[in-house]
Design a binder for this molecule. Structure first.
Ligand code: ZN
Length: 395
């Protein structure tokens, strides 16, 4: 395609909203607007990626450091909108909200008798643990929801040091919303001092660490009071016992025990298909230098950047166009910079756009039947006979 047909406009400066280098280079090279909308060059890149995606192992062809599982592929990026738990050792990868990890139960204890204690102003786990001078692990955290489908009151218990994953809860009981004051009251629970003991018409769901935890402090279902030494099995049971806890950075991988890392990521592929715009961004984050993009041959929308240096006595534009057409006929995709610009401007733009090879047609070389070939990754030009270009590029 011709540079002028794609209406490419490169930018001299990074936009001040470029939060990552890859995004900054895509905007400067004219693939994207500052508002992250595709420009014609970006659309061309996406079309190329779409065609390439028909090939088996598509993502592996792009030289991207992806992480993933059999359903999804991610690219770690600081601005990514998805938190992913990843094990570097066994490659286990899962969305954070569904990630599994090894939980460590506290040492088993003799079950002690229930004891009601006054706990004024202890509305949070932190306040309660401080007041009783116990670790958060020795408390039971209560969370209350309503099942959207059947309006059933759902009472959730997790160890006080754990964070509930609502996604895991949804997988266990279906769509949920936070319980309102009326349904909490109807069940006999006391908000802020709630426990599963003695509730009416409640679906009790507990994290699988709870049955292994003895003598936890839980609410007394009475304002300003808690119960010491609550024990699952003796004092209450649950309809559902399952993993409900959100993994944290450093938790042990469920497969191999290695610490999990939590990484902000963008999604490149899901069962429903590829996210080509995110793939383009991942390519730019991975493949750039201090002059612009350095796209791998597989990922570049064009194999070759063809340009002419305006001549004094020869029509270099015409000759460059001939070469451009010959490349296309040979099945080599080319971006033809047909602008009447100074060489330096074009060299800079070629570096920004990042095609793997640049072919420069200039008067001095043409007199010898030569053009200049420069690979994006290399520093030096290589003079090659016009008649050899296609053979060399097809290698
Ligand atoms: Zn692992």
């Amino acid at each position: 395609m011709k540079y002028t047909d794609l209406k490419i406009q490169t930018q001299r400066e990074f936009s001040n909203n470029a939060r990552t280098p890859g995004f900054g280079w895509l905007v400067r090279a004219g693939y994207l607007t500052r508002e992250n909308e595709l420009l014609p060059l970006g659309e061309q890149a996406i079309v190329h990626l779409q065609e390439l995606s028909a090939k088996p192992g598509f993502l592996s062809l792009l030289s991207l450091p992806t992480i993933g599982n059999e359903n999804e592929a991610y690219f770690p990026l600081s601005t990514g909108n998805i938190e992913v738990a990843h094990c570097e050792s066994c490659e286990y990868t899962e969305r954070l909200e569904l990630a599994q990890f090894q939980k460590t139960p506290l040492p088993r204890e003799e079950e002690l008798p229930l004891e009601k204690v006054s706990t004024p102003d202890c509305h949070t786990i932190e306040a309660l643990a401080n007041f009783l001078n116990i670790p958060k692990q020795k408390t039971a955290k209560a969370l209350m929801y309503t099942c959207v489908e059947d309006n059933k009151f759902v009472f959730v218990v997790a160890r006080g040091d754990m964070t509930l994953s609502e996604a895991k809860l949804r997988n266990a009981v279906g769509e949920i919303k936070l319980a309102d004051a009326e349904s909490i009251q109807r069940s006999g629970a006391e908000a802020g001092f709630a426990s599963p003991i003695g509730l009416k018409d409640a679906l009790i769901v507990v994290d699988d660490l709870i049955p292994q935890s003895q003598n936890l402090v839980a609410g007394a279902n009475e304002a300003e009071h808690h119960l010491k030494n609550t024990n699952y099995g003796r004092d209450y049971t649950a309809e559902v016992v399952t993993d409900l806890a959100l993994a944290q950075e450093g938790d042990k991988c469920a497969n191999c025990g290695n610490p999990l890392a939590i990484q902000s990521s963008i999604n490149l592929a899901a069962r429903s298909g590829f996210n080509f715009k995110n793939i383009l961004l991942a390519l730019a984050e991975t493949h750039h230098d201090d002059k612009g993009l350095t796209l791998p041959v597989s990922a570049s929308p064009f194999d070759v950047y063809v340009m002419h240096v305006p001549g004094k006595t020869m029509n270099t534009l015409e000759k460059a166009e001939e070469i451009y057409k010959a490349l296309q006929s040979a099945g080599i995709s080319a971006l033809f910079d047909n602008r009447d610009e100074r060489a330096g401007v074009k060299f800079n733009d070629a570096d920004l756009i990042g095609c793997p090879v640049r072919v420069t047609v200039g008067e001095r070389g043409l007199k010898e039947g030569m053009v200049e070939l420069k690979r994006r990754a290399e520093k030096d030009n290589q003079p090659v006979p016009v008649s050899d270009i296609i053979r060399i590029l097809q290698k």
